[in-house]
Design a protein around this ligand. Structure first.
Ligand SMILES: Nc1ncnc2c1ncn2[C@@H]1O[C@H](COP(=O)(O)OP(=O)(O)OP(=O)(O)O)[C@@H](O)[C@H]1O
Ligand SMILES: [Mg+2]
Length: 339
């Protein structure tokens, strides 16, 4: 699909398949096209080129468009879009009113979805008497009551504090398990994307850089940008000088270690990703000097300048080595960035 706004290419020939029942996060910096992708799926925008297909049925292409309300999609936004003077039940039951569901059936459905989001007994509270997290749960309940097979989330937790975000992540996981709905979750918070999804599509500048399960995106990023955007670590210039049991033998500043790679390693210069957990202080290894040490709880994040290179690496230490100390580091895990 492609979508432009004037000179801006919001989505640049992007193709993405969402398997039924999957939980996909769209992760990327501000302006990379995440919301545009959701709006195209929901039907608030039309693709200029390409199409949107649900279960084999084309719902939109450059010439025709199924209206959003016909697509049967649930949407939860960052702003809750609730009616502040109506009570919780009135807000949650709204999608049922248009379908003629009323009375006992309506009340039972409201109780059921409020229980799923952890708001048992809140039916008669007014929206303006609720906290931000509770409001977001009401918005979620209103989305769930429609029983949509596809649910889109656009930064639903962006307004909440850290603790609420963590508890809402649990709620989303639980809802995905219970409903089996296909979920697409937009965020620029990598921790949320890693915790929630079966797969992450990392986006930049209207393109998808990598679509893979969270562990693959973290451990085996497809390019420098993904490596830099997800997780901490250093990207170093190195040289592949051989192969050992499918691993690349890499040399940096005269020191050798093995690194994971995609495909068969070929002797060449390469970009090497070193994550903190792939490094440790050791008796032998690459010489380095401690540049800084910051307590992050439960460990110190220690920055080390690698001797013979212009690069710093990061490791986590239970005890902080003093700044200026000379140490050695052993590489237990590394990744050759493809390309
Ligand atoms: N209605 C519009 N008119 C003009 N340009 C737009 C419009 N909507 C989006 N854009 C542009 O398209 C690009 C993608 O926007 P989009 O909203 O999809 O980004 P995003 O990834 O959701 O960003 P954020 O994380 O900030 O929400 C941006 O450069 C944006 O300025
Ligand atoms: Mg957005």
């Amino acid at each position: 699909m492609t979508r432009r706004y004037g000179q801006t290419v919001a989505l640049d020939n992007v193709s993405l398949n969402f398997p039924s029942g999957s939980f996909t996060s769209l992760l990327g910096p501000s302006g990379c096209g995440k919301t545009t992708m959701l709006r195209l799926i929901a039907g608030f925008e039309a693709p200029e080129r390409g199409s949107v297909v649900f279960d084999g049925d084309t719902v939109a292409d450059a010439s025709r468009q199924m209206p959003p309300e016909k697509r049967g999609i649930g949407i939860v936004f960052q702003s809750y879009a609730l009616w502040p003077h109506m009570d919780v039940a009135g807000n949650v039951a709204y999608p049922l009113a248009t379908r003629g569901v009323a009375g006992k059936e309506r009340d039972a459905r409201v109780r059921e979805v409020l229980s799923i989001v952890g708001l048992d007994g809140y039916q008669h509270r007014r929206i303006d008497e609720l906290s931000g997290g509770q409001r977001q749960r009401v918005a979620l309940a209103r989305c769930l009551i429609a029983n949509s097979r596809i649910i889109l989330f656009d930064e639903p937790l962006a307004n909440l504090d850290m603790h609420l975000r963590a508890s809402m992540v649990e709620v989303f996981r639980d809802i995905h398990r219970r409903t089996g709905a296909t979920m697409v979750y937009v965020t620029h918070d990598q921790a949320e994307a890693l915790a929630l999804s079966d797969r992450i599509a990392v986006m930049d500048g209207g393109r998808i850089l990598q679509t893979a399960p969270p562990t693959d995106v973290y451990r085996s990023p497809a390019c420098d940008k993904v490596a830099g955007f997800v997780g901490r670590g250093a990207i170093l210039d190195g040289e592949i000088i051989g192969e050992h049991r499918g691993m690349a033998v890499v040399e940096i500043a005269g020191h050798r270690f093995e690194a994971r790679c995609s495909g068969t390693p070929r002797n060449s210069v390469a970009r090497i990703l070193l994550r903190p957990e792939g490094l440790r202080l050791a008796e032998t290894g690459m010489p380095a000097r401690v540049v800084s040490s910051v307590y992050r709880g439960p460990v110190f994040e220690v920055v080390l300048a690698l001797a013979g290179t212009q690069h710093d690496v990061v490791i986590d230490c239970v005890e902080a080595p003093a700044v200026g100390t000379d140490v050695r580091i052993a590489v237990c895990d590394a990744w050759v960035i493809p390309g």
